[in-house]
Design a protein around this ligand. Structure first.
Ligand SMILES: *Cc1c(COP(=O)(O)O)cnc(C)c1O
Length: 484
């Protein structure tokens, strides 16, 4: 399998070549030349693999269709090392929890949460990042190279990256975050890591300042080359590929999967990475009826799926919400889907995401024949949720089912209910655990969420964090001093 750029002007590359890269050199995103399609016999064989041998072996089956340049035995070993019950909390790795009671319309085939948040940092990003850590270590050792990951986080990404890379040979992490803006739990999670290869940098500023610093450093090509600077952001194809696996694993846990029946997924969305993996799974032949994109007040994606207009928000139009990991002004993975939607026309994709977005800040596909196909052919629908919806959904889900959902998952549950199809089970992806966003849970339920075992008192652990001004030169000097 080779990989091409959505903008059509980059060389075709193999998996390990793009593993350590961000954007393609032409500014596009990498995608496989084609999606391998699996037939009913393969689906039922994979179902057996998952149910009898486990998630890691299912991951190997799927990944091996996309990765030619890692020997099969090594790839299987990497999957088995990553997806263990010890790290992800259960043998199923991504277990389903049914939310159904007598009050639910009997014609519904089932409403489920798919738990993706029982990894080390209690958010779904661990599912991909843990694999990425092992892939990086493997590939860097093979090349005898090192990598310094420079990132910006408002919470979930940074801690998932640090827990995945801690103690890994050849990798160092320099993670900037806005000082004092993450939840106390998130700060404790990140700053209590004392591993030598992990550097927390609290920036005196907001998240955008952190992102600007990372961009400025990445644009200094000489510095980037000298200090082997890399990223782990959500446009990395390996992250997206790792997420494809749990759509299959979710489906295989349904009774319908024995007969090839369909299921729908609702995905709390920000940068469109998670739901794009669902799109890939569907293109591979997973029987997905609908992919429901759930947004919060930052409804860039909902607006597109409703109207055909994709309008990037300016800073002042980007809201700080109680589901902060979905607070985006643009969806960095969206270009991948639009490329497929336009029949993989790279020239048109480059025109939309290159010229039109930079000239006018939006593009409009409402009159394009492809736009209707987003729903009819690709199964995409969408909805939006607000702070009031979130509180109401958290309360109701607790009262009816005794289950506390986090704020992002609540957005998913709210929007999923608006898109139920009789006879089709609905799986809502649970993207974080409530303890990460305790203040809003307390607002909804009048008491703080439960703390999973092993997280007691983490706020009191010793912290290692460097406080710095939002100054590119100083950050560069810090990286240069510690990047060896
Ligand atoms: C990152 C994140 C999301 C958004 O996922 P995307 O892949 O960016 O769409 C949703 N919920 C939580 C809790 C997250 O951490």
């Amino acid at each position: 399998m080779r990989y091409l750029s959505t903008r059509g002007h980059a060389d075709r590359k193999q998996f390990c070549e793009i593993l350590l890269e961000g954007l393609a050199p032409d500014g596009g995103l990498y995608l496989p030349e084609h999606y391998p399609v699996v037939d009913a016999a393969t689906l039922s064989a994979w179902r057996e693999v998952y149910l009898k041998q486990g998630y890691a072996d299912l991951a190997f089956e799927i990944l091996s269709l996309y990765i030619d340049d890692i020997p099969a035995d090594d790839l299987r070993a990497l999957c088995r090392k990553t997806y263990t019950a010890a790290v992800f909390g259960s043998p199923e790795i991504v277990p389903l929890k049914k939310l159904q009671d007598a009050a639910t319309d009997a014609s519904q085939a089932g409403f489920y949460l798919q738990a993706l948040s029982n990894g080390p940092t209690l958010a779904f990003k661990d599912m991909a990042m843990q694999l990425l850590g092992n892939l990086f270590e493997y590939e860097l050792a093979r090349r005898n190279e090192e990598l310094n990951i420079l990132g910006a986080t408002s919470g979930d990404t940074g801690s998932a990256a640090e827990y995945a890379m801690r103690g890994k040979k050849g990798v160092r992490v320099f993670m900037t975050s806005p000082n004092g803006r993450m939840s106390p739990f998130q700060q404790a999670q990140m700053f209590s890591l004392l591993d030598e290869n992990i550097h927390n940098i609290a920036i005196d500023g907001v998240f955008d300042d952190c992102q600007d610093i990372v961009k400025a450093v990445s644009n200094d090509l000489a510095f980037k080359r000298q200090y082997k600077i890399g990223t782990v952001n959500s446009i990395n194809w390996a992250r997206l590929l790792a997420q494809v696996v749990y759509y299959f694993a979710g489906y295989f846990q349904l009774p319908e999967s024995a007969t090839g029946g369909k299921a729908s997924f609702t995905v709390p969305s920000g940068n469109f990475g998670n739901v794009c993996a669902g799109h890939v799974a569907r293109m591979m032949g997973l029987p997905v009826h609908q992919l429901v994109v759930a947004t919060n007040e930052n409804d860039v994606l909902d607006e597109f799926f409703r109207t055909g207009v994709y309008r990037v928000r300016v800073g002042a139009d980007t809201h700080e919400t109680s589901s902060p990991s979905m607070d985006i002004s643009k969806a960095s993975n969206f270009e991948r889907f639009v490329f497929d939607l336009l029949g993989r026309d790279a020239a048109q994709t480059a025109d939309l995401f290159g010229r039109q977005l930079s000239d006018q800040g939006f593009f409009d596909l409402s009159a394009h024949p492809a736009f209707q196909q987003a729903a009819t052919r690709y199964g995409f629908v969408s909805g939006k949720s607000t702070h009031a919806d979130r509180l109401q959904t958290i309360r109701e889900t607790y009262q009816r089912f005794g289950t506390v959902v986090d704020t992002h998952t609540a957005d998913g549950v709210k929007v999923a209910r608006e898109h139920l199809t009789p006879g089709v089970p609905m799986l809502v992806l649970e993207t974080a655990l409530p303890i990460k966003f305790a203040a809003t849970i307390e607002e909804a339920l009048g008491r703080p969420p439960e703390r999973p075992p092993g997280f007691d008192g983490i706020e009191a652990l010793p912290k290692r964090v460097k406080l710095m001004p939002a100054d590119v030169a100083l950050i560069k000097a810090y990286v240069a001093e510690h990047a060896h």
